[in-house]
Design a protein around this ligand. Structure first.
Ligand SMILES: Cc1cc2nc3c(=O)[nH]c(=O)nc-3n(C[C@H](O)[C@H](O)[C@H](O)COP(=O)(O)OP(=O)(O)OC[C@H]3O[C@@H](n4cnc5c(N)ncnc54)[C@H](O)[C@@H]3O)c2cc1C
Length: 326
């Protein structure tokens, strides 16, 4: 079994950036992902456009040139494929990490993945937050008409859809599906559309609601989903209306179970922030580092590509320093 200096979990932009730094530092490494390359971005809505300009998403000194002022999902997929081939990164895809054990004698790690075991001296967790949606926990959530991920508007043409949520993704989904011919009702727990919604989109949704093109129930929640209808609790009482699809855009959270099983602890704050050193990014569990969005715990908008690609060099430098000290 090959023993790597660094085992990187997650082939998102930040996991790839860590691989590039390991390559530069002459450390042996592998980047393992349960899905395809940049699996989270692959699962983003098909027509999404990044809010960052392309140079802010660059890693490994590979230029990212997009056609518009902001890159879209297709350009980003192409860009990160190009990064991976330019650096000839050692990536193992469709290979979920199931378990990480610390070897008692050496303090090093054995990693169990779908495709077999690996050994490594250090682990970088770059697992993001996009794999675990917040569930509604209402009867009927298991029906196939309930979706926690949105890809494109076409399937919803002519359909009665309910969009849950009041943040950016819910607003984008409501506007895009309505513009492509869906009958859209938003069910929103809060009393208004969130302030964090992109400033160039917020007036659009507010005006569509005001003019009645998109229906919205504020201070309301879904209480039951049935094959052909939904039940909603509103300030005016319970309502039942016809429904074909429910798009629950209620956000996502990191894989706390895997972190916990590896001995990573969490701060006692509302975001369940993992404990790690702010400078080196080593977690409380020695030899296990945190990179990218996962560092924010439930505060999933704290870190993004723009501001977390810098985690990669500091982590790899610390791993290199520890290796040289042995
Ligand atoms: C709609 C949308 C628009 C965005 N726009 C921007 C933007 O404009 N600018 C910006 O900077 N950021 C943006 N972001 C955020 C950005 O996409 C994320 O911050 C970025 O993907 C985080 O990178 P990451 O490498 O930390 O995690 P991710 O990209 O989420 O990668 C994590 C990887 O880990 C893998 N993984 C998880 N668990 C396991 C396991 N057990 N075994 C193996 N692999 C595993 C996943 O499959 C995934 O590929 C946007 C996000 C969304 C949702």
């Amino acid at each position: 079994m090959t023993k790597y200096d660094v085992f990187i979990i997650g082939a998102g932009p930040i996991g790839l950036a860590c691989g590039i730094e390991a390559e530069k530092a002459g450390l042996s490494y592998v980047i393992v992902d349960k899905g395809c390359l940049v699996n989270s971005i692959y699962n983003y809505p098909l027509n999404m456009t990044f809010f960052s300009t392309s140079e802010k998403l660059e890693i490994g000194e590979v230029p990212f040139i997009s056609h518009g002022s902001k890159p879209n999902r297709f350009e980003a997929l192409e860009y990160y494929r190009r990064v991976s081939s330019t650096w000839n990164l050692n990536v193992s895809l469709y290979n979920k990490v199931e378990k990480v054990d610390r070897l008692e004698k050496s303090g090093e790690f054995q990693i169990i993945t779908e495709r077999g075991p690996f050994e490594a001296k250090a682990i970088v967790m770059a697992t993001g937050f996009y794999d675990f949606p917040y569930l509604l926990n209402v009867p009927g959530e298991e029906l196939t008409k309930v979706r926690h991920y949105y890809d494109e508007p076409h399937p919803y043409f002519g359909q009665k859809i309910v969009v849950i949520g009041a943040a950016n993704s819910a607003v984008d989904v409501a506007l895009e599906t309505w513009r492509k011919g869906a009958e859209v009702t938003m069910v929103i727990r809060e009393k208004e559309i969130r302030d964090s919604v992109k400033y160039w989109v917020k007036p659009d949704i507010e005006n569509r609601i005001k003019e009645g093109s998109i229906k919205a129930f504020f201070n309301s929640s879904l209480t039951e989903i049935r094959e052909r209808e939904v039940e909603v609790n509103t300030p005016d009482g319970k309502l039942t209306f016809d429904n074909d699809f429910v798009l629950a855009m209620t956000g996502y959270k990191p894989d706390f179970t895997l972190l916990k099983s590896m001995g990573v602890e969490f701060q006692d704050d509302e975001y369940k922030t993992p404990k790690y050193d702010n400078i080196t990014h080593e977690s409380n569990a020695s030899g296990i580092y945190l990179a990218g969005v996962v560092c924010g715990g439930l505060k999933t908008n704290k870190w993004f590509i723009e501001n977390s690609r810098e985690h990669a060099p500091v982590i790899i430098q610390d791993i290199l320093k520890n290796k040289n000290e042995i």
